[in-house]
Design a protein around this ligand. Sequence first.
Ligand code: SAH
Length: 388
Amino acid sequence: MGSGGIFELAWANDQVIARVRDPVPNSHPTPVLPDLSGVERPELESLLHRRGHARFRARQIFNWIYRRGATRVEEMTNLPRELRATLASEFTFATPAVTSRERSTDGTEKFLLQLSDGRRIEAVFIPDTPAQTFCISTQVGCAMACAFCLTGKMGLVRNLTAGEIVAQVRVLAGALSLRDRSFNVVLMGMGEPLHNYDETMKALRILADEHGIALPPRRVTLSTVGLPPALERLAREPIMPNLAISLHAPTDDLRGALVPINRKYGIGEIIDACRRFPLKKRARITFEYVLLAGVNDRPEDARQLAKLLPGIKSKVNLIPLNPAAGIPFDRPSDGAIDRFAKTLSDLGLTVSVRKSRGRDIRAACGQLIVEGERRSPAQQLASVLSDE
Ligand code: SAH
């Protein structure tokens, strides 16, 4: 199944379908030339070989882009001039611009990045958890429309390309001088990674390339609403990230109200796919559960949740709601959060409660939304002219 198949998942909500299909006003046509920073190395090697260049040049190019932070072909001074000319004529080489950078009192930093078509996405740096973590986006907006998530309110604007997904890591590692350090990547920014399957997996292969960032897949976590056909496909991938499933409710009725896609793929199907999912030794599937006061936080909900998980090597990550204007739910009291966690751990589950980071700059889970995304063409032009 290609990403086209998954794309149909924007079925449930008429509004979402309309948004997905609407041409985006004033968007630029997709560039005809491929993005040099979105090409996998084997592909680049054969392309260079066909043009009469040595294959090892691809390794040099990866080194320049991913290890040395080059953003222009002219910087790649150990490449023959003729090769640089070939690259310049056959590829674009786009690096998103950082249009704002906000630092939270807890050290979390939110980066607003502008893509080559003017669209904006957010990527977040979370320091010392204990590792350094980059939380990156896979789509502009999201079609899943989860009831408690601000990004879901934007609808899906478009998929990110593999180059744009990887570029978030390039930009953050450069801006934070972390290129030579190890870090984790979580696909928990804007978007549903399995709804942009092909580009997301391509991005993970580029990130893992030993001549580039060389990010080990065990340092990557893919968080998803859980789309069973895509999970089946993921189970067969040679590069396997850690898996986190956004469950959020123990029954289909409740989950269907919170996560609309559950009306198509119910909890049973997701859990079955998880049971079949191949896990490395010591690896576990994380089940994420956003706690919403009075909605899914009763001890009875915890008991029902525990009944779903036997037979799966799992852990539960509770995420107390990060409230925001426009989200019609409240964060439970600390007492209710503790009670829920204790009920689960008394039933033998491994439980953690996610510490919310960057709330003061709206960088926490579900708080990523790009304001002004739906500005009129005139407003957009004005902002380009004033170089905001
Ligand atoms: N589409 C992916 C990534 C989403 S963001 C997914 O659904 O997993 C990562 C996590 O943040 C998800 O579990 C998501 O449900 C959760 N989240 C969304 N809005 C939130 C909010 N307002 N407060 C707390 N967590 C939220």
